[in-house]
Design a protein around this ligand. Structure first.
Ligand code: DGT
Ligand code: CA
Ligand code: CA
Length: 584
């Protein structure tokens, strides 16, 4: 469980170094942090097993970073970092997160107005002290105010991509803790509920539910509050406890007996709006529904409660998957047995958005292919960046052609079909970043906007529309362009975008990167009414990135999508129905 702590520490140090205008080091720390975050193995185990040598085997971790990790694992701190932190203003890392506030500007604010924390900055903006400052002015003051608002909005809730792995870690830690204490409680039924189980894109707090007999409930609570990562115990009771973890996330645990497990699972999964509607349905049918069970209204006799399935069944409803429980018409549909049959993990046959070390990916082409084949995929598209993406090491035509040669060679050695693709920039005028003779050769062209985000609405809409009318474009990548806490969707008419995409038979991407989730559920629901098809893509930059598919899948399911709506559930032999020039 130390992986996240160490990653957070490296991110913080990277921010501080950047503030001090140290070159390339911030990048190195961020890269290491990213690798450690996505390691898929407990870093403490690696260190225990192989020592420092094991650490240096992690991509992005060299000798000196390995030293820091070892020091942290041994002592709980890194001496050098403590010194660095001592020198930097305490709010540095947080201020660095504000869009439009780079190291230079921060230094200026610190030197002239004494601004060291976010609240200093907010006060200064409120008093209009920035607009008189050299290099700032009224406009930048207003922009900063807006950026702060965005930052605070997104930080009040946790991104799904952070909350889900965290909940899984806590559950597994709690299970082993309960097993290892003298009381040896076996938590065979334990699950995360709330917005997390509904796979909402942001999570207020994490809710966990466990089943145990009344006599054992308190023992479970003892284990919970004594977990290593718990910082503060807000409340500890027989049925509910609440804690705050060291990294700031709040967790509620509820423990209920078997006869109420299903009812509690249903209730605490929510949403609140779904529950209210469901309770009304119960009342109409002569029942009473609560977190303890489903009862006959007259006699008070319990008729269901052990499982969610029996509750929905007794209410005359088809089972409603958690992702649909938002009171968006799912209860009516369930009553008519007309719920969508949602796309499932097992339906996915490929991935149309993958980066390799040719551009900014961390793993080689061959490694990415191996991993995708191991996942059981039938096909993948390799889509490194096009040439204008200089910061992402975008491919000049020569390098792209070299990649094609390697793909041809590797294709002979692998079962999986490897499609030659590219994530091509949609330039400001809507044209694509390679000439037609190159686009023509590609099996899959994934087009995306990666610069010039601030275009006015009409211009941005025209730009995307032009790209969608290009015969060589297959998939519109991350169509809304939003980034959690950093960027709102482009100002564009998405109605127009969806309409033109549909007319031209283009596929919309559901990007699985936790910082994107784009399209999200609401856009998907809207886009589906235009008759559009979607693909769920990982946009992976490493082998672990391939595992992000579940997040995009969650959005697809929240958007009521079925297998047939999602083209990367199709077998390879059907892809030419969708991508007309494929096999050309
Ligand atoms: P969050 O944490 O803000 O992302 O959203 P949830 O949905 O996890 O909400 P939370 O943690 O406040 O409560 C968990 C579930 O408990 C919620 O989804 C439904 C249920 N619940 C909470 N309060 C109420 C309520 O006042 N009425 C009903 N019917 N259900 C509630
Ligand atoms: Ca919650
Ligand atoms: Ca809660």
């Amino acid at each position: 469980m130390k992986n996240r702590e160490i990653a957070e520490l490296f991110y913080e140090i990277a921010d501080i170094l950047e503030y001090q205008q140290v070159e390339w080091k911030p990048r190195a720390y961020r890269k290491a942090a990213q690798m450690i975050e996505n390691l898929g193995e407990d870093i403490e185990n690696i260190y225990a097993r192989e020592g420092k040598t094991g650490l240096t085997k992690i991509p992005g971790v060299g000798e000196s970073i390995a030293d820091h990790i070892a020091e942290y694992l041994e002592t709980g701190r890194v001496e050098k970092f403590e010194k660095l932190k001592g020198k930097a203003p305490s709010g540095t890392a947080e201020l660095m997160e504000i869009r439009g506030l780079g190291a230079k500007k921060m230094k200026k604010l610190a030197d002239t107005l004494g601004i060291r924390t976010l609240s200093d900055l907010k006060n200064a903006i409120a008093a209009h002290r920035l607009r008189r400052l050299d290099g700032f002015g009224e406009k930048s003051e207003k922009n900063l105010a807006k950026a702060i608002e965005q930052y605070e909005k997104s930080h009040a809730r946790i991104a799904l991509g952070k909350a889900l792995p965290l909940a899984e870690e806590v559950i597994s830690a709690l299970k082993s803790q309960c097993k290892n204490t003298t009381s040896k409680v076996d938590l065979s039924k334990i699950i995360y509920t709330g917005s997390l189980r509904r796979l909402k894109e942001t999570i207020g707090d994490i809710d966990i539910l466990a089943e145990a007999e009344k006599a054992e409930a308190l023992k479970v609570m003892d284990c919970f509050v004594s977990l290593q990562d718990v910082d503060q115990v807000i409340l500890k009771g027989n049925t509910k406890s609440s804690v705050i973890l060291r990294e700031g996330t709040a967790i509620d645990l509820r423990v209920v007996p078997p006869e109420s497990y299903g009812a509690a699972l249903q209730y605490f999964t929510g949403s609140k709006e779904h529950n209210i509607e469901l309770r009304n349905t119960a009342i109409k049918n002569g029942y009473k529904l609560s977190e303890y069970g489903l009862y006959l209204k007259e006699s008070g006799k319990q008729i269901a409660g052990r499982s969610e399935e029996e509750i929905y069944e007794k209410l005359g409803l088809a089972y409603i998957p958690p992702e649909l429980r938002e009171n968006r018409g799912e209860i009516k549909a369930a009553a008519k047995n007309a719920l969508p049959k949602l796309v499932e993990a097992g339906d996915i046959k490929g991935d149309f958005h993958i980066h390799t070390s040719y551009s900014e990916g961390k793993n080689s082409l061959k490694t990415m292919i191996e991993k995708a084949e191991a996942l059981g995929y039938e096909y993948i598209a390799i889509t490194d960046h096009s040439r204008s993406q200089k910061v992402a090491n975008g491919l000049e035509i020569e390098k792209l052609k070299a990649q094609w040669e390697e793909i041809d060679k590797l294709s002979k050695r692998f079962r999986i079909k490897i499609l030659k693709g590219s994530e091509v920039d949609i330039l400001r005028d809507g044209s694509l970043d390679y000439p037609d003779e190159i686009l023509k050769e590609l099996d899959i062209v994934v087009g995306g906007v990666h610069s010039g985000f601030a275009l006015p609405e009409r211009k941005m809409t025209e730009r995307i529309v032009t790209a969608l009318e290009n015969r060589y474009l297959d998939i519109l990548a991350h169509p809304s362009g939003r980034l959690f806490g950093k960027r709102e969707p482009y100002s564009a008419s998405f109605e127009k975008v969806f309409e033109v995409a549909a007319t031209n038979g283009k596929v919309l991407e559901i990007n699985s990167q936790p910082s994107r989730l784009d399209l999200n559920d609401e856009f998907i629901l809207r886009a589906k009414t235009f008759g559009l098809k979607f693909c769920i893509s990982t946009d992976s930059h490493s082998t672990t990135g391939l595992g992000l598919m579940r997040y995009g899948l969650g959005q697809a399911r929240r958007g009521w999508l079925e297998k047939e709506d999602v083209v990367n559930t199709y077998p390879y032999s059907r892809l030419n129905e969708i991508f007309k020039k494929h096999n050309r």
